[in-house]
Ligand binder design. Structure first.
Ligand SMILES: Cc1cc2nc3c(=O)[nH]c(=O)nc-3n(C[C@H](O)[C@H](O)[C@H](O)COP(=O)(O)OP(=O)(O)OC[C@H]3O[C@@H](n4cnc5c(N)ncnc54)[C@H](O)[C@@H]3O)c2cc1C
Length: 537
Protein backbone atom coordinates (compact mmCIF):
# COMPACT_ATOMS: atom_id res chain seq x y z
CA UNK A 1 0.00 0.00 0.00
CA UNK A 2 1.18 3.52 -0.74
CA UNK A 3 1.85 5.21 2.61
CA UNK A 4 0.91 8.75 3.67
CA UNK A 5 4.55 9.69 4.21
CA UNK A 6 7.63 8.16 2.55
CA UNK A 7 9.73 8.45 5.70
CA UNK A 8 9.31 8.45 9.47
CA UNK A 9 8.49 11.91 10.77
CA UNK A 10 8.65 13.53 14.16
CA UNK A 11 7.97 17.22 13.63
CA UNK A 12 8.99 18.01 17.21
CA UNK A 13 12.51 16.78 16.63
CA UNK A 14 13.41 18.68 13.44
CA UNK A 15 13.96 22.41 12.76
CA UNK A 16 10.95 24.51 11.69
CA UNK A 17 11.14 27.44 9.27
CA UNK A 18 8.33 29.80 8.30
CA UNK A 19 7.77 31.62 5.03
CA UNK A 20 4.66 33.12 3.42
CA UNK A 21 4.80 31.15 0.19
CA UNK A 22 6.63 27.90 -0.58
CA UNK A 23 7.39 27.33 -4.25
CA UNK A 24 8.49 23.78 -5.09
CA UNK A 25 10.44 23.81 -8.36
CA UNK A 26 12.43 26.28 -10.44
CA UNK A 27 11.26 25.78 -14.01
CA UNK A 28 9.04 28.38 -15.67
CA UNK A 29 6.18 27.71 -13.21
CA UNK A 30 8.38 28.01 -10.12
CA UNK A 31 10.41 31.02 -11.25
CA UNK A 32 7.39 32.90 -12.57
CA UNK A 33 5.15 32.34 -9.52
CA UNK A 34 8.03 33.11 -7.15
CA UNK A 35 8.64 36.48 -8.85
CA UNK A 36 4.95 37.37 -8.93
CA UNK A 37 4.39 36.28 -5.31
CA UNK A 38 7.44 38.25 -4.13
CA UNK A 39 5.65 41.51 -4.97
CA UNK A 40 3.71 41.13 -1.70
CA UNK A 41 5.06 38.04 0.11
CA UNK A 42 8.21 36.37 1.37
CA UNK A 43 8.93 33.38 -0.85
CA UNK A 44 11.07 30.28 -0.40
CA UNK A 45 11.79 28.57 -3.73
CA UNK A 46 13.06 25.00 -3.42
CA UNK A 47 14.61 22.95 -6.21
CA UNK A 48 16.16 19.52 -6.03
CA UNK A 49 19.08 20.38 -8.33
CA UNK A 50 20.30 23.70 -9.75
CA UNK A 51 18.25 26.46 -11.33
CA UNK A 52 19.39 25.13 -14.70
CA UNK A 53 17.96 21.64 -14.22
CA UNK A 54 14.38 21.65 -15.46
CA UNK A 55 12.31 20.67 -18.47
CA UNK A 56 11.88 24.38 -19.09
CA UNK A 57 15.51 24.88 -19.97
CA UNK A 58 15.17 22.43 -22.86
CA UNK A 59 12.04 23.97 -24.39
CA UNK A 60 12.91 24.85 -27.95
CA UNK A 61 9.95 25.72 -30.12
CA UNK A 62 8.43 28.48 -28.04
CA UNK A 63 5.38 29.79 -26.32
CA UNK A 64 1.92 30.07 -27.86
CA UNK A 65 -0.02 33.33 -27.50
CA UNK A 66 -2.36 35.38 -29.63
CA UNK A 67 -0.14 38.29 -30.67
CA UNK A 68 -0.69 38.73 -34.40
CA UNK A 69 -3.62 40.78 -35.74
CA UNK A 70 -4.40 37.90 -38.09
CA UNK A 71 -4.87 35.56 -35.12
CA UNK A 72 -7.66 35.53 -32.53
CA UNK A 73 -8.37 33.85 -29.16
CA UNK A 74 -11.15 31.93 -30.89
CA UNK A 75 -8.70 30.38 -33.39
CA UNK A 76 -6.31 29.48 -30.57
CA UNK A 77 -9.19 27.97 -28.61
CA UNK A 78 -10.35 25.95 -31.58
CA UNK A 79 -6.87 24.52 -32.22
CA UNK A 80 -6.42 23.65 -28.52
CA UNK A 81 -9.82 21.92 -28.32
CA UNK A 82 -9.19 19.88 -31.46
CA UNK A 83 -5.79 18.71 -30.16
CA UNK A 84 -7.34 17.91 -26.76
CA UNK A 85 -9.67 15.37 -28.41
CA UNK A 86 -12.86 16.18 -26.53
CA UNK A 87 -11.45 16.29 -23.00
CA UNK A 88 -10.29 19.91 -22.58
CA UNK A 89 -11.99 22.01 -19.94
CA UNK A 90 -13.56 24.77 -22.07
CA UNK A 91 -13.33 27.37 -19.31
CA UNK A 92 -9.64 26.60 -18.72
CA UNK A 93 -8.87 26.92 -22.44
CA UNK A 94 -10.83 30.17 -22.55
CA UNK A 95 -8.63 31.50 -19.73
CA UNK A 96 -5.46 30.35 -21.53
CA UNK A 97 -6.21 31.93 -24.89
CA UNK A 98 -7.43 35.25 -23.46
CA UNK A 99 -4.80 35.72 -20.74
CA UNK A 100 -1.77 34.32 -22.62
CA UNK A 101 -0.73 37.70 -24.09
CA UNK A 102 -0.71 39.34 -20.61
CA UNK A 103 1.46 36.49 -19.34
CA UNK A 104 3.88 37.06 -22.21
CA UNK A 105 4.06 40.77 -21.30
CA UNK A 106 4.96 39.72 -17.74
CA UNK A 107 7.74 37.48 -19.07
CA UNK A 108 9.08 40.40 -21.10
CA UNK A 109 8.93 42.70 -18.04
CA UNK A 110 10.88 40.04 -16.15
CA UNK A 111 13.64 40.31 -18.77
CA UNK A 112 12.87 37.63 -21.39
CA UNK A 113 13.95 38.64 -24.87
CA UNK A 114 11.92 37.06 -27.65
CA UNK A 115 13.12 37.08 -31.25
CA UNK A 116 12.06 40.02 -33.39
CA UNK A 117 11.73 40.37 -37.14
CA UNK A 118 11.61 43.88 -38.61
CA UNK A 119 10.88 45.27 -35.14
CA UNK A 120 7.90 42.99 -34.37
CA UNK A 121 7.76 39.59 -32.69
CA UNK A 122 8.85 36.79 -34.99
CA UNK A 123 6.03 34.27 -34.86
CA UNK A 124 6.25 30.70 -36.08
CA UNK A 125 3.67 27.97 -36.62
CA UNK A 126 3.80 24.50 -35.11
CA UNK A 127 1.90 21.23 -35.56
CA UNK A 128 -1.92 21.57 -35.32
CA UNK A 129 -1.81 25.39 -34.96
CA UNK A 130 -3.86 27.12 -37.65
CA UNK A 131 -1.97 30.42 -37.24
CA UNK A 132 1.53 31.72 -36.65
CA UNK A 133 1.44 32.36 -32.88
CA UNK A 134 4.62 30.86 -31.39
CA UNK A 135 7.06 33.33 -29.88
CA UNK A 136 10.61 32.07 -29.62
CA UNK A 137 14.02 33.16 -28.41
CA UNK A 138 17.49 32.74 -29.95
CA UNK A 139 15.80 30.70 -32.68
CA UNK A 140 15.26 27.43 -30.87
CA UNK A 141 16.41 28.17 -27.31
CA UNK A 142 13.23 29.66 -25.85
CA UNK A 143 13.32 27.74 -22.56
CA UNK A 144 16.98 28.58 -21.93
CA UNK A 145 16.25 32.29 -22.44
CA UNK A 146 13.26 32.19 -20.06
CA UNK A 147 15.33 30.41 -17.40
CA UNK A 148 18.19 32.89 -17.87
CA UNK A 149 15.99 35.94 -17.49
CA UNK A 150 13.79 34.67 -14.65
CA UNK A 151 16.56 33.08 -12.61
CA UNK A 152 18.64 36.28 -12.80
CA UNK A 153 15.60 38.15 -11.57
CA UNK A 154 14.89 35.74 -8.67
CA UNK A 155 18.52 35.88 -7.52
CA UNK A 156 18.26 39.68 -7.19
CA UNK A 157 14.92 39.69 -5.39
CA UNK A 158 15.26 40.32 -1.63
CA UNK A 159 11.88 38.65 -1.04
CA UNK A 160 12.94 35.35 -2.62
CA UNK A 161 15.18 32.87 -0.85
CA UNK A 162 16.42 30.03 -3.05
CA UNK A 163 17.25 26.57 -1.78
CA UNK A 164 18.86 24.53 -4.53
CA UNK A 165 19.92 20.89 -4.10
CA UNK A 166 17.10 20.50 -1.56
CA UNK A 167 14.57 17.69 -1.98
CA UNK A 168 10.91 17.98 -1.02
CA UNK A 169 9.97 14.56 0.34
CA UNK A 170 6.33 15.16 1.29
CA UNK A 171 3.70 17.78 1.95
CA UNK A 172 2.63 18.20 5.56
CA UNK A 173 -1.15 18.30 5.93
CA UNK A 174 -3.61 18.57 8.78
CA UNK A 175 -7.42 18.61 8.60
CA UNK A 176 -7.48 18.83 4.81
CA UNK A 177 -5.12 21.79 4.74
CA UNK A 178 -1.55 21.96 3.44
CA UNK A 179 0.74 23.44 6.10
CA UNK A 180 4.03 23.13 4.22
CA UNK A 181 6.65 20.60 3.24
CA UNK A 182 9.17 18.18 4.64
CA UNK A 183 12.49 19.03 2.97
CA UNK A 184 15.82 17.23 2.95
CA UNK A 185 18.92 19.42 2.89
CA UNK A 186 22.06 18.46 0.91
CA UNK A 187 23.68 17.19 4.16
CA UNK A 188 20.76 14.81 4.77
CA UNK A 189 19.20 16.88 7.55
CA UNK A 190 15.40 17.24 7.36
CA UNK A 191 13.50 20.48 7.93
CA UNK A 192 9.82 21.31 8.22
CA UNK A 193 9.04 24.41 6.15
CA UNK A 194 5.74 25.96 7.19
CA UNK A 195 3.97 28.23 4.70
CA UNK A 196 0.64 29.99 4.29
CA UNK A 197 0.50 28.73 0.71
CA UNK A 198 2.41 25.99 -1.08
CA UNK A 199 2.74 25.98 -4.87
CA UNK A 200 3.79 22.72 -6.49
CA UNK A 201 5.78 23.53 -9.63
CA UNK A 202 7.68 20.28 -9.82
CA UNK A 203 7.26 19.45 -13.50
CA UNK A 204 6.54 16.22 -15.35
CA UNK A 205 7.35 12.53 -15.32
CA UNK A 206 9.17 11.73 -18.58
CA UNK A 207 11.58 9.51 -16.64
CA UNK A 208 8.80 6.93 -16.44
CA UNK A 209 10.04 5.80 -19.84
CA UNK A 210 13.34 4.47 -21.10
CA UNK A 211 13.30 6.88 -24.05
CA UNK A 212 12.41 10.44 -23.16
CA UNK A 213 13.24 14.00 -24.12
CA UNK A 214 13.03 15.01 -20.43
CA UNK A 215 16.09 15.53 -18.22
CA UNK A 216 16.63 13.31 -15.18
CA UNK A 217 14.74 15.61 -12.77
CA UNK A 218 11.41 14.67 -14.40
CA UNK A 219 10.48 11.91 -11.96
CA UNK A 220 6.86 12.83 -11.22
CA UNK A 221 7.63 13.80 -7.61
CA UNK A 222 4.86 16.40 -7.40
CA UNK A 223 2.15 14.03 -8.60
CA UNK A 224 3.18 11.34 -6.12
CA UNK A 225 3.65 13.81 -3.24
CA UNK A 226 0.22 15.34 -3.86
CA UNK A 227 -1.40 11.92 -4.25
CA UNK A 228 0.00 10.75 -0.92
CA UNK A 229 -1.37 13.93 0.65
CA UNK A 230 -4.89 13.27 -0.65
CA UNK A 231 -5.06 15.52 -3.77
CA UNK A 232 -6.91 14.43 -6.90
CA UNK A 233 -4.80 13.08 -9.75
CA UNK A 234 -6.40 13.39 -13.16
CA UNK A 235 -5.79 12.24 -16.77
CA UNK A 236 -2.44 10.52 -16.17
CA UNK A 237 -3.06 7.93 -18.88
CA UNK A 238 -2.51 10.66 -21.48
CA UNK A 239 1.19 10.81 -22.29
CA UNK A 240 2.48 12.74 -25.24
CA UNK A 241 5.30 11.08 -27.14
CA UNK A 242 7.24 13.57 -29.19
CA UNK A 243 7.41 12.16 -32.71
CA UNK A 244 10.89 13.38 -33.54
CA UNK A 245 13.67 12.81 -31.02
CA UNK A 246 17.15 12.25 -32.40
CA UNK A 247 17.84 8.54 -32.83
CA UNK A 248 21.54 8.10 -33.22
CA UNK A 249 23.99 5.69 -31.55
CA UNK A 250 25.46 7.23 -28.40
CA UNK A 251 23.31 10.38 -28.54
CA UNK A 252 20.63 11.24 -25.94
CA UNK A 253 17.03 11.52 -27.22
CA UNK A 254 17.55 15.17 -28.11
CA UNK A 255 14.42 16.89 -29.36
CA UNK A 256 14.14 17.88 -33.01
CA UNK A 257 11.52 20.53 -32.44
CA UNK A 258 8.07 20.58 -33.99
CA UNK A 259 9.07 23.97 -35.38
CA UNK A 260 11.40 22.20 -37.82
CA UNK A 261 8.31 20.63 -39.39
CA UNK A 262 6.58 23.99 -38.94
CA UNK A 263 9.23 25.51 -41.20
CA UNK A 264 8.55 22.89 -43.85
CA UNK A 265 10.56 19.73 -43.00
CA UNK A 266 9.38 16.39 -44.45
CA UNK A 267 9.26 13.01 -42.76
CA UNK A 268 10.60 10.13 -44.82
CA UNK A 269 10.82 6.42 -44.11
CA UNK A 270 14.13 4.63 -44.60
CA UNK A 271 13.24 4.04 -48.26
CA UNK A 272 13.18 7.83 -48.63
CA UNK A 273 9.39 8.00 -49.15
CA UNK A 274 7.31 10.80 -47.61
CA UNK A 275 4.54 8.94 -45.79
CA UNK A 276 2.34 11.37 -43.84
CA UNK A 277 -0.24 11.67 -46.64
CA UNK A 278 -1.24 8.09 -45.79
CA UNK A 279 -2.07 9.13 -42.20
CA UNK A 280 -3.50 12.66 -41.94
CA UNK A 281 -4.58 15.56 -44.18
CA UNK A 282 -2.34 17.98 -42.22
CA UNK A 283 0.65 15.82 -43.21
CA UNK A 284 3.77 16.57 -41.12
CA UNK A 285 1.80 19.14 -39.09
CA UNK A 286 -0.84 16.66 -37.88
CA UNK A 287 -1.32 16.35 -34.08
CA UNK A 288 1.68 14.82 -32.32
CA UNK A 289 0.03 11.52 -31.39
CA UNK A 290 -0.95 10.93 -35.02
CA UNK A 291 2.56 11.72 -36.26
CA UNK A 292 4.18 9.58 -33.53
CA UNK A 293 2.02 6.55 -34.33
CA UNK A 294 2.53 7.05 -38.06
CA UNK A 295 6.29 6.93 -37.46
CA UNK A 296 5.98 3.75 -35.37
CA UNK A 297 3.90 2.20 -38.14
CA UNK A 298 6.50 3.14 -40.81
CA UNK A 299 9.30 1.84 -38.58
CA UNK A 300 7.49 -1.49 -38.26
CA UNK A 301 6.58 -1.70 -41.95
CA UNK A 302 10.14 -1.03 -43.06
CA UNK A 303 11.66 -3.19 -40.27
CA UNK A 304 13.75 -0.24 -39.15
CA UNK A 305 14.28 1.57 -35.85
CA UNK A 306 13.87 5.16 -37.10
CA UNK A 307 12.61 7.45 -39.86
CA UNK A 308 14.20 10.62 -41.22
CA UNK A 309 13.35 14.27 -40.88
CA UNK A 310 14.45 16.18 -43.95
CA UNK A 311 14.77 19.96 -44.14
CA UNK A 312 17.57 19.98 -46.72
CA UNK A 313 15.27 21.71 -49.27
CA UNK A 314 15.27 24.88 -47.11
CA UNK A 315 18.11 27.38 -47.32
CA UNK A 316 21.22 26.97 -45.21
CA UNK A 317 20.63 30.49 -43.91
CA UNK A 318 17.10 29.70 -42.65
CA UNK A 319 18.17 26.46 -40.98
CA UNK A 320 21.11 27.98 -39.17
CA UNK A 321 19.20 31.11 -38.20
CA UNK A 322 16.01 29.38 -36.97
CA UNK A 323 17.55 26.28 -35.43
CA UNK A 324 21.04 27.15 -34.20
CA UNK A 325 20.87 24.82 -31.16
CA UNK A 326 19.51 21.83 -33.05
CA UNK A 327 21.91 22.45 -35.94
CA UNK A 328 24.95 22.53 -33.63
CA UNK A 329 23.77 19.55 -31.59
CA UNK A 330 23.33 17.37 -34.68
CA UNK A 331 26.66 18.54 -36.06
CA UNK A 332 28.35 17.19 -32.91
CA UNK A 333 27.27 13.76 -34.11
CA UNK A 334 28.41 14.36 -37.69
CA UNK A 335 24.87 15.15 -38.95
CA UNK A 336 24.53 18.36 -40.97
CA UNK A 337 20.85 19.40 -41.17
CA UNK A 338 21.51 21.50 -44.26
CA UNK A 339 22.62 18.45 -46.27
CA UNK A 340 21.68 15.33 -44.26
CA UNK A 341 18.39 13.73 -43.36
CA UNK A 342 18.32 13.35 -39.56
CA UNK A 343 17.32 9.96 -38.04
CA UNK A 344 14.48 10.32 -35.50
CA UNK A 345 12.05 8.20 -33.46
CA UNK A 346 9.33 8.99 -30.87
CA UNK A 347 10.20 9.53 -27.18
CA UNK A 348 8.09 10.27 -24.07
CA UNK A 349 7.76 14.02 -23.82
CA UNK A 350 4.87 15.42 -21.80
CA UNK A 351 2.26 14.23 -19.31
CA UNK A 352 -1.09 15.86 -20.00
CA UNK A 353 -2.54 14.92 -16.61
CA UNK A 354 -1.42 15.68 -13.10
CA UNK A 355 -2.69 17.28 -9.93
CA UNK A 356 -6.22 18.49 -10.57
CA UNK A 357 -6.80 22.20 -10.01
CA UNK A 358 -9.57 24.74 -10.40
CA UNK A 359 -9.27 27.82 -12.60
CA UNK A 360 -7.08 29.48 -9.97
CA UNK A 361 -4.61 26.63 -9.68
CA UNK A 362 -6.00 25.47 -6.33
CA UNK A 363 -6.12 21.74 -5.63
CA UNK A 364 -8.58 19.72 -3.52
CA UNK A 365 -6.29 20.37 -0.53
CA UNK A 366 -6.67 23.84 0.97
CA UNK A 367 -3.62 26.13 0.58
CA UNK A 368 -2.05 23.73 -1.95
CA UNK A 369 -1.73 25.01 -5.53
CA UNK A 370 -0.24 23.34 -8.60
CA UNK A 371 1.24 25.12 -11.60
CA UNK A 372 2.94 24.05 -14.83
CA UNK A 373 3.43 20.50 -16.00
CA UNK A 374 2.60 18.93 -12.62
CA UNK A 375 -0.91 20.38 -12.77
CA UNK A 376 -4.02 19.29 -14.59
CA UNK A 377 -5.90 22.53 -15.19
CA UNK A 378 -7.99 21.05 -17.99
CA UNK A 379 -6.20 23.00 -20.72
CA UNK A 380 -4.64 20.03 -22.51
CA UNK A 381 -7.42 17.43 -22.39
CA UNK A 382 -6.20 14.19 -23.94
CA UNK A 383 -3.43 15.84 -25.93
CA UNK A 384 -1.43 19.04 -25.58
CA UNK A 385 -1.24 21.50 -28.43
CA UNK A 386 2.43 22.29 -29.04
CA UNK A 387 3.78 25.28 -27.08
CA UNK A 388 0.70 25.58 -24.88
CA UNK A 389 2.53 24.32 -21.78
CA UNK A 390 4.79 27.33 -21.27
CA UNK A 391 1.73 29.58 -21.71
CA UNK A 392 -0.31 27.48 -19.27
CA UNK A 393 2.36 27.93 -16.58
CA UNK A 394 2.34 31.73 -16.79
CA UNK A 395 -1.41 32.16 -17.23
CA UNK A 396 -2.35 29.98 -14.26
CA UNK A 397 0.71 31.18 -12.33
CA UNK A 398 -0.74 34.72 -12.49
CA UNK A 399 -4.09 33.45 -11.26
CA UNK A 400 -2.56 31.51 -8.36
CA UNK A 401 -0.84 34.65 -7.14
CA UNK A 402 -4.12 36.56 -7.43
CA UNK A 403 -5.77 33.94 -5.19
CA UNK A 404 -2.90 33.88 -2.71
CA UNK A 405 -2.68 37.66 -2.33
CA UNK A 406 -5.51 37.86 0.19
CA UNK A 407 -5.04 34.46 1.82
CA UNK A 408 -5.05 34.88 5.61
CA UNK A 409 -2.13 33.35 7.54
CA UNK A 410 -2.48 29.66 8.30
CA UNK A 411 -3.28 28.86 11.93
CA UNK A 412 -3.24 25.06 11.73
CA UNK A 413 -0.40 23.52 13.76
CA UNK A 414 0.34 19.96 12.67
CA UNK A 415 1.59 17.64 15.33
CA UNK A 416 3.09 14.72 13.51
CA UNK A 417 4.83 11.72 14.89
CA UNK A 418 4.90 8.71 12.60
CA UNK A 419 7.17 5.73 12.83
CA UNK A 420 6.94 2.47 10.91
CA UNK A 421 8.85 -0.81 10.76
CA UNK A 422 11.10 -0.48 7.73
CA UNK A 423 13.64 -2.74 5.99
CA UNK A 424 16.88 -1.57 4.41
CA UNK A 425 17.42 -1.32 0.65
CA UNK A 426 20.64 -0.90 -1.35
CA UNK A 427 21.37 1.86 -3.86
CA UNK A 428 22.26 -0.79 -6.46
CA UNK A 429 18.77 -2.29 -6.06
CA UNK A 430 17.19 1.13 -6.59
CA UNK A 431 19.15 1.75 -9.80
CA UNK A 432 18.16 -1.66 -11.18
CA UNK A 433 14.52 -1.16 -10.20
CA UNK A 434 14.37 2.20 -11.95
CA UNK A 435 15.69 0.75 -15.23
CA UNK A 436 13.25 -2.15 -14.93
CA UNK A 437 10.32 0.22 -14.34
CA UNK A 438 11.28 2.27 -17.41
CA UNK A 439 11.39 -0.88 -19.53
CA UNK A 440 8.00 -2.07 -18.26
CA UNK A 441 6.46 1.30 -19.02
CA UNK A 442 7.91 1.44 -22.53
CA UNK A 443 6.83 -2.10 -23.32
CA UNK A 444 3.33 -2.16 -21.84
CA UNK A 445 2.25 1.44 -21.17
CA UNK A 446 3.91 3.17 -24.14
CA UNK A 447 2.71 4.64 -27.41
CA UNK A 448 0.60 1.63 -28.44
CA UNK A 449 -1.20 -0.22 -25.61
CA UNK A 450 -3.55 -3.17 -25.18
CA UNK A 451 -5.48 -4.66 -22.27
CA UNK A 452 -3.32 -7.75 -21.89
CA UNK A 453 -0.06 -5.81 -21.87
CA UNK A 454 -1.40 -3.16 -19.51
CA UNK A 455 -2.56 -5.82 -17.06
CA UNK A 456 0.83 -7.48 -17.21
CA UNK A 457 2.62 -4.15 -16.83
CA UNK A 458 0.44 -3.20 -13.88
CA UNK A 459 1.10 -6.54 -12.15
CA UNK A 460 4.86 -6.23 -12.67
CA UNK A 461 4.81 -2.71 -11.25
CA UNK A 462 2.66 -3.74 -8.29
CA UNK A 463 5.28 -6.36 -7.37
CA UNK A 464 7.56 -3.45 -6.47
CA UNK A 465 5.14 -2.12 -3.82
CA UNK A 466 7.12 -3.56 -0.85
CA UNK A 467 9.53 -0.71 -1.57
CA UNK A 468 7.28 1.48 0.55
CA UNK A 469 8.16 -0.61 3.60
CA UNK A 470 11.86 0.19 3.26
CA UNK A 471 13.99 2.80 4.87
CA UNK A 472 14.47 5.55 2.24
CA UNK A 473 17.08 8.24 2.82
CA UNK A 474 18.47 9.44 -0.51
CA UNK A 475 17.17 11.54 -3.37
CA UNK A 476 17.38 8.64 -5.86
CA UNK A 477 15.36 6.46 -3.49
CA UNK A 478 12.59 9.02 -3.05
CA UNK A 479 12.55 9.58 -6.80
CA UNK A 480 12.10 5.90 -7.50
CA UNK A 481 9.28 5.70 -4.95
CA UNK A 482 7.58 8.62 -6.73
CA UNK A 483 8.12 7.15 -10.20
CA UNK A 484 6.62 3.87 -9.05
CA UNK A 485 3.57 5.68 -7.71
CA UNK A 486 3.09 7.56 -11.01
CA UNK A 487 3.70 4.42 -13.09
CA UNK A 488 1.04 2.48 -11.19
CA UNK A 489 -1.53 5.26 -11.59
CA UNK A 490 -0.74 5.63 -15.30
CA UNK A 491 -1.00 1.89 -15.97
CA UNK A 492 -4.22 1.63 -13.95
CA UNK A 493 -5.88 4.54 -15.77
CA UNK A 494 -4.73 3.27 -19.17
CA UNK A 495 -6.19 -0.15 -18.39
CA UNK A 496 -9.51 1.35 -17.33
CA UNK A 497 -9.90 3.57 -20.37
CA UNK A 498 -11.16 1.15 -23.01
CA UNK A 499 -10.96 3.47 -26.01
CA UNK A 500 -8.34 5.47 -27.93
CA UNK A 501 -8.11 9.22 -27.56
CA UNK A 502 -5.29 11.77 -27.80
CA UNK A 503 -2.18 10.51 -26.02
CA UNK A 504 -3.78 7.18 -25.11
CA UNK A 505 -3.95 4.56 -27.86
CA UNK A 506 -5.34 1.04 -27.31
CA UNK A 507 -4.96 -1.33 -30.26
CA UNK A 508 -7.76 -3.46 -28.76
CA UNK A 509 -10.06 -0.39 -28.62
CA UNK A 510 -8.78 1.71 -31.54
CA UNK A 511 -11.78 4.05 -31.77
CA UNK A 512 -12.69 7.08 -29.70
CA UNK A 513 -15.81 6.29 -27.66
CA UNK A 514 -17.53 9.53 -26.65
CA UNK A 515 -20.60 7.74 -25.38
CA UNK A 516 -18.73 5.80 -22.69
CA UNK A 517 -15.47 7.68 -22.23
CA UNK A 518 -15.89 11.42 -22.70
CA UNK A 519 -14.87 11.79 -19.08
CA UNK A 520 -11.83 12.01 -16.86
CA UNK A 521 -10.31 9.33 -14.67
CA UNK A 522 -9.41 10.86 -11.33
CA UNK A 523 -7.61 9.06 -8.49
CA UNK A 524 -7.62 10.08 -4.85
CA UNK A 525 -6.47 8.39 -1.66
CA UNK A 526 -9.09 8.50 1.07
CA UNK A 527 -8.42 9.08 4.77
CA UNK A 528 -8.24 5.31 5.25
CA UNK A 529 -5.57 5.10 2.47
CA UNK A 530 -8.06 3.22 0.30
CA UNK A 531 -7.97 4.50 -3.25
CA UNK A 532 -11.09 5.94 -4.76
CA UNK A 533 -11.41 6.53 -8.45
CA UNK A 534 -13.93 8.79 -9.92
CA UNK A 535 -15.00 9.43 -13.49
CA UNK A 536 -15.83 13.05 -14.10
CA UNK A 537 -17.96 13.93 -17.09
C1 LIG B 1 13.01 18.97 -24.82
C2 LIG B 1 11.74 19.71 -24.47
C3 LIG B 1 11.26 20.68 -25.32
C4 LIG B 1 10.07 21.37 -25.01
N1 LIG B 1 9.64 22.38 -25.82
C5 LIG B 1 8.54 23.10 -25.46
C6 LIG B 1 8.14 24.23 -26.20
O1 LIG B 1 8.77 24.62 -27.17
N2 LIG B 1 7.02 24.90 -25.80
C7 LIG B 1 6.28 24.52 -24.71
O2 LIG B 1 5.27 25.17 -24.38
N3 LIG B 1 6.67 23.46 -23.98
C8 LIG B 1 7.78 22.74 -24.32
N4 LIG B 1 8.17 21.68 -23.55
C9 LIG B 1 7.43 21.39 -22.34
C10 LIG B 1 7.77 22.46 -21.31
O3 LIG B 1 9.14 22.75 -21.40
C11 LIG B 1 7.44 21.99 -19.92
O4 LIG B 1 6.14 21.51 -19.85
C12 LIG B 1 7.59 23.14 -18.94
O5 LIG B 1 8.82 23.76 -19.12
C13 LIG B 1 7.42 22.64 -17.54
O6 LIG B 1 7.75 23.67 -16.66
P1 LIG B 1 7.57 23.44 -15.11
O7 LIG B 1 8.04 24.68 -14.46
O8 LIG B 1 6.21 22.97 -14.84
O9 LIG B 1 8.54 22.20 -14.78
P2 LIG B 1 10.11 22.06 -14.98
O10 LIG B 1 10.64 23.08 -15.89
O11 LIG B 1 10.38 20.65 -15.33
O12 LIG B 1 10.70 22.35 -13.52
C14 LIG B 1 10.48 21.44 -12.47
C15 LIG B 1 11.26 21.90 -11.26
O13 LIG B 1 10.84 21.18 -10.12
C16 LIG B 1 11.96 20.75 -9.37
N5 LIG B 1 11.58 19.58 -8.58
C17 LIG B 1 10.93 18.46 -9.01
N6 LIG B 1 10.72 17.62 -7.97
C18 LIG B 1 11.24 18.21 -6.87
C19 LIG B 1 11.35 17.83 -5.51
N7 LIG B 1 10.90 16.65 -5.06
N8 LIG B 1 11.95 18.68 -4.65
C20 LIG B 1 12.44 19.88 -5.07
N9 LIG B 1 12.36 20.29 -6.35
C21 LIG B 1 11.77 19.47 -7.25
C22 LIG B 1 13.00 20.49 -10.43
O14 LIG B 1 14.29 20.46 -9.87
C23 LIG B 1 12.76 21.68 -11.35
O15 LIG B 1 13.40 22.83 -10.84
C24 LIG B 1 9.35 21.00 -23.85
C25 LIG B 1 9.84 20.01 -23.01
C26 LIG B 1 11.03 19.37 -23.31
C27 LIG B 1 11.55 18.31 -22.38
Amino acid sequence: MIPRYLVDIDLDSIPHIHTDVIVIGAGIAGLFTAIKASETKKVLMITKKSLLDSNTRYAQGGIAAVISDEDSPEYHMQDTLIAGAGLCGHEAVDVLVHEGPDGVQDLIRMGTQFDLENGVFALTKEGAHSQRRILHAHGDATGAEIVRALSERTKQDPNIEIWDDHFVIDLITQDGECCGALVQKPNGQRVYVHGDATILCSGGAGQLFRYTTNPDIATGDGIAIAYRAGAEIQDVEFIQFHPTALFYPGAPRFLISEAVRGEGAFLRNIKGERFMERYHPQLELAPRDVVARAIVSEIENTKSTFVYIDITHETEELIKHRFPTIYEYCLNYGLDMTTDWIPVAPAAHYMMGGVKTDLYGETAIKRLFACGEVSSTGVHGANRLASNSLSEAIVFGRRIIERIRDLPPSTVKPNLHMEAQRNDISMQAIVEKRIKLQKIMLRYVGLVRNGQGLKRGYEELARQLPLYDTHLTKREEYEFANLLNCAILTAKAALQREESRGGHYREDFPERDDLEWKKHIVFRLGEDRAEEWIQNG
